[in-house]
Design a protein around this ligand. Sequence first.
Ligand code: AP5
Length: 218
Amino acid sequence: MRLILLGPPGAGKGTQAAWLRDRYGIPQLSTGEMLRAAVARGSEIGREAKAVMEAGQLVSDEIINRIVAERIDEPDCAPGFVLDGYPRTLAQAEALDAMLAERGLALDAVIEIKVDPAVLVERISGRFACARCGEGYHDTFKRPKVEGVCDVCGATEFVRRKDDNAETVRARLDAYAAQTAPLLPYYAARGLVREVDGMAPIEQVTAAIQRVLEPKSR
Ligand code: AP5
């Protein structure tokens, strides 16, 4: 199964991509995570991306397309993948089409997580993640079951993203509206877009995605 998750920053792409990964046994390809790992390693790509990400702008199509093209050739992508945060521009969508066509592959669906922009700043500013395994949490909407202990790996250290501050979030929302939202008509024209209500609680959004992908489970 090859899926794209589309939605603005804070819509819940990463949250739902983790469920899709576990449900279908396919890797979650988050370009944001790949870039943050490159920044942490201090690689050439990381050095180029750092300031751009901290300003809430988009890293160049050329760098991102190269990262994704290499990643989808890894053996774990053979059964498919869920793209979380890619493509984000029309140029990236066209590059992805070319990558898939070269490999004789096709997309199964583009899941649009629809949210009211008013909730996004609250979602993003309350977000934190386990420092060891990366499991995502929220101050209000998804706290660890035992305070201060990761549900998944038991670690007790958590991190917050540097770009999760009000000013950068506004820039990220602007970048989404100007550069990423035009992908919806691009994929809708091919009948690939499936809308889900991202305003519902996390488990209900997951259930809606499952109904879209497994209509017989309704
Ligand atoms: P990236 O890491 O992709 O960030 P983003 O798109 O801004 O998305 P987020 O991770 O902020 O949100 P999300 O939709 O995954 O929400 P989440 O599930 O965490 O990109 C970061 C930067 O990298 C970009 O700004 C850019 O610079 C660069 N970059 C990355 N990809 C690029 C590309 N392709 N091209 C160029 N540049 C690129 O949920 C948010 C919070 O809300 C969580 O705490 C969660 O627990 C909670 N939550 C989730 N769902 C719900 C719900 N239904 N109800 C209540 N709370 C919820």
